[in-house]
Design a protein around this ligand. Structure first.
Ligand SMILES: [Zn+2]
Length: 105
């Protein structure tokens, strides 16, 4: 289990760094100003939208990693939070922070 704790801690740190990186860029461009050239503002808007989406999915994944860490402490790691059935090994290998089986993910 120690190895799993290390894996989850490393993943959480990685996600936190990515989120901090995204947040440090927030505000940088201030309000979207529509530049002289048409399309400039649109590009920034599109880029921002994808940053918001990335930020959302990173935040969600971080919450999942944190939950998985709590599950190790609870002794329920590897079991689905909804049905309490064992999460298939292959799924845990691909996503060590999985807190739900496929049916309940
Ligand atoms: Zn389930």
């Amino acid at each position: 289990m120690q190895e799993m704790r290390d894996t989850l801690a490393a993943k959480a740190a990685e996600l936190e760094a990515e989120i901090a990186e995204l947040e440090s860029h927030k505000g940088e461009s201030g309000g979207i100003s529509f530049g002289k050239r048409i399309g400039e503002g649109t590009n920034i808007a599109v880029e921002r939208m994808s940053q918001v989406t990335t930020h959302d999915s990173l935040t969600r994944m971080l919450a999942e990693v944190r939950r998985a860490q709590a599950k190790i402490d609870e002794g329920t790691y590897g079991r689905c939070d909804t049905c309490h059935e064992a999460i298939p090994e292959g799924r845990l290998e691909a996503r060590p922070w999985a807190t739900h089986c496929l049916a309940h993910s």
